[in-house]
Write a protein that binds this ligand. Structure first.
Ligand SMILES: NC(=O)NCCC(=O)O
Length: 416
């Protein structure tokens, strides 16, 4: 059996294999490690062809990163992976290659620690990972949903609102320094306090330009009401539409977490011209893991853009147990946030995922020319028949809407 990277424990004891308290799958830190350790090379190659697709007819190449980034990864114990999506050479356009990074992380201190300490510790934890991205020449970097705090929206307790910040608040200022230092666009998903509108809260992604300027913000469009995701206690559906931000490195958009279950949300970012859509998330295994790789990949294919999916890692225990009206006994945690951040491309290829159980930085080069090449090849925009759907949606929104169902006349006929 092939040894993975010291994290996959293929020879773990039966006890270990049964408990998986570290959040691993049967002792492996990702599905990809599990498969590569257990399948014969030829079989693994075939499985990977289907599971990860091919880019320009080939398996994704890995990128060699600078030693300084690798040293940070081993000293600070975070997963570091890097790949390259190519596009076909064009005769009239130069390649438009950008280097993009995704960071996933667990919280740095227990949720019971004083809030200022929790914030300080998360800044201290993220700094070296952002430095590794900077040292690797990352142009655009996206952090996970509500990265500065525990994902406390399961609890319904209002005291967690104290983590909210204005768009130009402490965490933005922290990241602006890195943006300037590394000439990097940074997407920061925060709990926003909108001072000018009665200090209301939003779930917001702040887009920081490569000069450290704030380009704009986007507020989460779809707020979950599923399982322990009691986020509607804290903030309303966003009011910023589907903005695409034209940056020094390409046109980007942010579809925040639960928005990934809404194909029209993905579509609208595509219609506005996005070339990369980020999906900063916080979601747990029991609820969504089988959906995770499919939804992102499908969005990338259907909309001819790249998708960067990020999920937090670990289990966050809250001081007061809670319930969510689903009959489950009261419990103090959401369950395991399974990480597994990765990229998907418009040609149906995707990277393997980062670890399910540790912090990580996923880096990928992507030639944005691939977006138009896929539009030309498959013609999804051209064949979309938007007018049909506009009509259906317009009629669906009317109170007197009736579904277009044609019943088999024999269905309701009494048998003679
Ligand atoms: N953060 C968030 O919206 N989570 C909802 C659960 C899911 O979409 O998997």
């Amino acid at each position: 059996m092939e040894k993975t990277d010291g994290i996959g424990k293929e020879n773990g004891s039966t006890e270990e294999k049964q408990s998986f308290k570290d959040g691993s799958i049967c002792g492996y830190n990702s599905l990809h490690h599990l498969l590569s350790a257990n399948l014969k090379p030829q079989l693994h190659q075939e499985v990977s062809r289907l599971l990860l697709g091919l880019n320009c007819g080939k398996t994704l190449e890995t990128i060699v990163l600078p030693e300084s980034a690798k040293a940070l990864s081993s000293n600070r114990d975070f997963d570091l992976q890097a790949f390259k999506f190519s596009a076909d050479k064009e005769l009239l356009r130069e390649p438009r290659v950008v280097r993009v990074g995704l960071i996933q992380n667990s919280i740095a201190l227990p949720t019971t620690a004083p809030f200022p300490d929790q914030k300080k510790a998360i800044f201290e934890k993220l700094g070296p990972i952002i430095d590794a991205a900077g040292a690797s020449g990352v142009n655009i970097l996206c952090l996970q949903e509500a990265w500065i705090m525990p994902f406390a929206f399961c609890t319904r307790e209002k005291r967690w609102c104290e983590f909210a910040e204005p768009v130009n608040g402490e965490s933005t200022q922290f990241l602006q320094e890195f943006a300037r230092k590394y000439n990097m666009v940074i997407i920061s998903s925060i709990l926003e306090r909108d001072i000018n509108h009665g200090e209301t809260l939003w779930n917001t992604a702040v887009i920081i330009g490569n000069h450290g300027n704030i380009i704009g913000k986007h507020r989460k469009n779809h707020i979950p009401r599923v399982g322990d995701f009691n986020e509607s206690t804290y903030y309303m559906e966003g009011n910023t539409g589907h903005p695409v931000f034209e940056t020094a490195y390409g046109k980007i958009a942010v579809n925040i977490c639960y928005g990934r279950h809404h194909p029209l949300n993905w579509l609208a970012f595509g219609l506005n011209g996005a070339e990369i859509v980020f999906n900063p998330s916080a979601t747990v295994g029991e609820l969504s893991e089988p959906m995770w790789p499919i939804e992102a990949r499908n969005a990338a294919i259907a909309n001819s853009y790249f998708v960067g999916s990020i999920n937090r890692v670990g289990t966050e225990i809250f001081p007061n147990p809670f319930t969510s009206g689903d009959g489950k006994p009261q419990h103090p945690d959401f369950g395991h946030f399974y990480g597994s951040s990765h990229f998907s491309a418009p040609d149906a290829s995707c990277t393997p995922s980062l670890s399910r159980c540790k912090d990580g930085l996923m880096i990928s080069d992507m030639d944005l020319n691939l977006c138009r090449q896929l539009k030309d090849k498959w013609g999804f925009r051209m064949t979309a028949r938007y007018e049909l759907y506009a009509d259906t949606l317009a009629s669906y929104l009317k109170p007197d809407f009736e579904p277009q169902v044609i019943s088999d006349p024999l269905l309701h006929k009494k048998s003679s």
